[in-house]
Design a binder for this molecule. Sequence first.
Ligand code: NZQ
Ligand code: ZN
Length: 392
Amino acid sequence: MLDFKYFAPTKVLFGRNTEEKVADLIKEFGGTKVLIHYGGGSVIRSGLMDKVTGILDETGIKYVKLGGAVPNPRLSLVYEGIELAKKENVDFLLAVGGGSAIDSAKAIGYGLANNGDVWDFYSGKRKAAGCTPLGVILTLAATGSEMSDSSVITKEDGLIKKGYSSDFGRARFAIMNPELTMTLPDYQTACGCTDIMMHTMERYFHNGECMELTDSMAEALLRTVKENACLLRDDPSNYEARAEVMWAGSLSHNGLTGCGSDGGDWMTHKLEHELGALYDVAHGAGLAAIWGSWARYVYKDCLHRFKRFAINVMGVENKGTDEEIALAGIEAMEDFYRQINMPTNLRELGVKATDEDLVLMAHKCAVALGGGKGSAKFLREDDMLAIYRASM
Ligand code: NZQ
Ligand code: ZN
């Protein structure tokens, strides 16, 4: 087991009608003028926005609103949000929505609390020295951004999708009412379940030291999401299943399932981020489309973890060679993706990439990583290209 730091300062209010506490929480964390940041309008159509603004009106908390955070949220809107928030003397950010609205709000927060170009943090030029306080009302269980230190933004110029991680960006509070996710299209629910599982799988497939407690929690989380994703496919209004998935989403990406290990692999995410930048695909679906090709490319270099995953998560029988068991686990995972209507390759994802596109993505990915990355297997540009080609 390695030494570790675990920092999860977000106050969570979980359950039915918890959004009614939003004004109390904003006040608790010192907010007096709020920028409410949201996406393309689902929160308006569901009535959530009216409910939230009604509560803020009643309690006398002033606010301005900025919508338009798209999936793979854009830098241009972040700049717009920073300008608006400065003009309006905003001292608190409230993201209402999924990962895109939350990530965009975090970026606005960095821009408000620091001088200079906010993209510098995402491009790795410098580190933020603070972030305007942020709260979240979550409407999509997926990215874990409500408790994570990360934010992922796409710069339109050059289609560059980059993440930035800092404890300053962690939400002060996260309101999680599973009922708010019941208006999601089935596709987004499945994308969310895929992303949640992947945040733990990225941490699970590594070649470093382990901690049994962390591994057991990771496996329980993966089994829970897998089971409940199938329940939600058949009954999207199942509250218990929505709740299991929602809480798993936060725990999957707040660091808990990485305690004591080397931090994990993360190459499926890195390969997907290039797909998201170029083809604007839904993040979870992109991950499902890449994972099988990545797993088959690396499993021999991380056989003990793939074997354990096959048996403890996918329920594969402990019979045959280690390689056979590991491969059966990968196949079972792909079967699960099919069961929840997720793609298992780029064609099924709807991406018609030319070989030139694949070469470009592999190159951008390798450059972004300073040459390469990976713990299950360290991957360089030619490995990344081989995985993209295998996923066609
Ligand atoms: O934009 P609106 O109209 O709100 O619609 C959204 C959007 O179309 C819709 N939606 C959300 N909640 C809904 C709903 N529709 C009906 N009812 C609801 N209750 O769902 C669509 C997707 O929303 P989005 O926020 O884009 O999805 P997600 O939460 O998956 O976020 C994806 C982004 O987060 C990044 C991804 O790369 C991607 O850019 N990630 C952020 C991470 C982090 N900050 O820690 C980690 C992840 O690995 C990931 O990279
Ligand atoms: Zn993710």
